[in-house]
Design a protein around this ligand. Structure first.
Ligand code: ADP
Length: 163
């Protein structure tokens, strides 16, 4: 445990998957408080509204200690500093994530030299998983039960059915 340290885990979470949950569970082993920060960037054209994404994450982390869920709509480093975060947490699944994450981490370090970026690897069974594949599968009536938390499974299905 890094005492009194706050980690911020930013992302689109459209929707939260078991891979994201894996990273959250690892993060709370490292930080005293973890803020899951949902980006409100409409450029990403998310399927779920930011409020729906926040609400789904809150449902999933209910019962887990030391986690806050919020949305943000500004430069990540500014938001992180405002929230007194020590580190940005990102998940690394495969080498395909590396180049983009490396660039972001270096840019963020340039912008805020005291803010660390910490990469965590999920359980291998989640290395192929992302929100896009969940939406694609669900849209085509594929079984997504192993990929998303059970508490929000029906919410995802009904959103995809309405489209
Ligand atoms: P972003 O648009 O910021 O990439 P995502 O919601 O796709 O938002 O991902 C947020 C973070 O979670 C990123 O660091 C991403 O690498 C990580 N992540 C996404 N899916 C997984 C997974 N299956 N296992 C581990 N980390 C993941």
């Amino acid at each position: 445990m890094i005492t009194n340290k706050i980690g911020i885990y930013p992302g689109t979470f459209d929707p939260i998957t078991n891979g994201h949950v894996d990273i959250i569970e690892r993060s709370v082993m490292l930080f005293e408080k973890v803020i899951v920060a949902v980006t409100n960037n409409p450029k990403k054209s998310p399927l779920f509204t930011v409020d729906e994404r926040v609400d789904m994450i809150r449902t999933v982390v209910q019962g887990m200690k030391n986690i806050e869920v919020e949305s943000f709509n500004e430069l990540l480093v500014n938001y992180a500093l405002k929230r007194n975060a020590t580190a940005i947490i990102r998940g690394l699944r495969a080498t395909s994530d590396f180049e983009y994450e490396f660039q972001m981490a270096l840019v963020n370090r340039k912008l805020a030299s005291n803010l660390l970026t910490v990469f965590l690897m999920p359980n291998e069974k989640y290395t192929y998983l992302n929100s896009t594949i969940v939406k694609e599968l669900g849209r085509l009536d594929g079984d997504i039960a192993d990929f998303v938390p059970k508490e929000i499974h029906s919410r995802i299905i009904s959103k995809l059915d309405k489209r």
